[in-house]
Design a protein. Structure first.
Length: 272
């Protein structure tokens, strides 16, 4: 466990992170905030599809009792722990987790090339070349995550560190089950759009890419793999034009039918 707290590293809406000493190792400890201190209010969009096996806990969480809120918070924290282990095993660049004890998550301390704590992406000034490289790396990580059945849920320049090897994705308590959550497509699209908007400041053409739609379409069709080549573009849906053409045909047929009825009516009137 933790032998000594060296200093606070960062504090966010979900937790405070400290640099700590554990025996001969320097690591980080993420200490989650209490329920009433949290600022993440739209939890329902993220927790859909998560299953609580204990029926008593499930009922309490649904009713929002004090016990239920406590268990909901524990489930929220456990989601991050589980995601770190799962994604790490899938080859996603996330911090290595060492254990979770009473609301404290021990992880590796990510460092830059000089051995200092890795900065957040938003604290860096990037060249166009760096922006393109980092964007490509992160799109690759999004694909790896989705292939593992996970959508980050809050991916942005604030939840990405840059260590000596490049971007590392952090902060996963709101991770979404891609197969079980009906909001997964929208949430993935927002995550990918956040990346495009940030890196588009340095490489403007990234703003017009459509990786989110492309990745999700491949995932839905069962064609997405970690090595699937991506273009960042989605072919226009020709069905819209087809529907218009069909509607025009229906309208024309309807007009012809109406004209025939009018003609028949006139013929009957002439025969009287």
């Amino acid at each position: 466990m933790v032998d000594r707290v060296i200093r606070q590293l960062m504090s966010g809406k979900e937790a405070t992170v400290y640099i700590v000493q554990c025996g001969d190792d320097i690591r980080c400890a993420k200490v989650y905030k209490e329920v009433n201190q949290r600022s993440f209010h739209q939890a329902v969009n993220y927790t859909e599809g998560r299953r609580e096996k204990n029926s008593r806990k499930a009922r309490a969480m649904e009713k929002g009792t004090r016990y239920g809120r406590k268990e909901q918070e524990a489930a929220w924290q456990n989601t991050e722990v589980d995601a770190l282990y799962k994604l790490g095993a899938a080859g996603v660049r996330v911090p290595r987790a060492y254990g979770f004890y009473e609301g404290v998550l021990l992880m590796e301390l990510l460092t830059d090339a000089d051995g200092a704590p890795a900065p957040r992406l938003n604290d860096l000034e990037l060249s166009e070349q760096q922006a393109r490289a980092f964007h490509a790396m992160l799109i690759k990580q999004v694909v790896l995550m989705l292939c593992a059945g996970v959508v980050h849920g809050d991916l942005s320049e604030f939840n990405i560190l840059v260590d000596s090897d490049g971007p590392v994705i952090i902060d996963l308590p709101q991770a979404v089950d891609a197969a079980a959550n009906n909001n997964a497509s929208r949430i993935l699209g927002r995550d990918v759009a956040n990346l495009a908007n940030y890196f588009g400041q340095f490489a403007p053409d990234l703003l017009t890419t459509q990786y989110g739609k492309e990745i999700w379409a491949l995932y839905q069709s069962g064609e997405l793999t970690p090595d699937t080549p991506l273009t960042g573009h989605v072919a226009s849906d020709e069905r819209i034009a087809d529907v218009r053409a069909v509607m025009q045909e229906i309208t024309a047929a309807s007009d012809d039918h109406a004209a025939k009825l009018r003609y028949q009516q006139l013929k009957r009137e002439e025969g009287r």
